[in-house]
Design a protein around this ligand. Structure first.
Ligand SMILES: O=C(O)[C@H](O)[C@@H](O)[C@H](O)[C@H](O)COP(=O)(O)O
Length: 253
């Protein structure tokens, strides 16, 4: 696991623009090496704002979008067309504006999908999709994502792994159904820590004073995952904490 690097931008708008530029560059670099790239999107305010900044960037056409695999870190388990879906928000912000291959876009299941409202079956279905996309050398039964982005909640959750819930301790499954989420909606689907930590690069993206304590916990030594799931956000070759000044206002000394 790589030690976190902290990069601070002046405010939330600049953060979104800078992460968008970084994402475009990273995809271009990975595609120059291997032809294709895989990214994991996050919902949340900055997570969606940065996608809109990618869409607005003149550099976006440097990416071969048809060779980008798009996945999500978590999803609200609501119907396909629900405005709360991270996937729907991402489509509106970016995905509909670039020439992706639909077969390479992998939203997590919705509650009106083939498994109906059975979130456990939906998680198993998505785990099978990840397994099918994994290569023999991948350390878990999921792709080793090139860039996995995570927002963080004021309670220090990442994806839909919340403090005090068992999901953050899951060490076998790659995808779980989440029940009783403290943040609505209560039922969700989430990647687990082993998949997150198998990613080549993990980027934690956070803005605002309300995230400062969560960021402190995420970087402090000795934080327990159950207390602050964000402390598990580490990539294999790179871990970036991409922050605005307010979110960086309580960094551990
Ligand atoms: O499913 C969700 O509720 C969101 O995806 C959530 O995990 C989000 O990423 C963080 O809470 C940060 O969100 P904000 O940037 O809006 O605070």
């Amino acid at each position: 696991m790589s030690a976190p690097k902290i990069i601070v931008h002046a405010d939330a708008d600049l953060l979104a623009r800078a992460v968008a530029a970084r994402l475009i560059t990273r995809i271009v670099d990975v595609q120059a090496e291997r032809g294709e790239a895989s990214i994991v999107l996050t919902g949340g305010t900055v997570g969606i704002a940065l996608l809109a900044e990618v869409a607005a960037s003149p550099a976006r056409d440097a990416v071969d979008w048809a060779k980008v695999d798009v996945w999500w870190g978590d999803e609200r388990f609501v119907p396909e067309g629900d405005a709360d879906r991270n996937a729907l928000q991402a489509r509106e912000a970016l995905l509909d504006a670039v020439p992706l291959d639909p077969a390479r876009v992998h939203p997590m299941p919705a509650s009106d999908g083939p498994d109906g409202d059975d979130v456990e079956a939906a998680a198993v279905r998505h785990a099978a999709e990840l397994r099918a996309a994994a290569k023999p050398e991948d350390p878990v039964e999921a792709p080793s994502f090139d860039v996995l982005m995570l927002g963080v909640g004021p309670d220090a959750h990442i994806a839909s792994l919340f403090p005090g819930l068992p999901g953050v301790l899951e060490d076998k499954r790659t995808v779980i159904g989440v029940h009783d989420s403290p943040k609505p909606p209560p039922t969700r689907v989430s990647l687990t820590v082993p998949v997150i930590q198998a990613a080549r690069e993990v980027w934690v993206v956070a803005a605002g004073e309300g995230k400062a304590e969560a960021i402190r916990l995420g970087l402090a030594t000795g934080t327990s995952p159950s207390e602050a799931p964000v402390s598990t956000a580490r990539g294999r070759t790179e871990t970036l904490y991409l922050l605005d000044r307010a979110a960086a206002s309580r960094l551990p000394g």
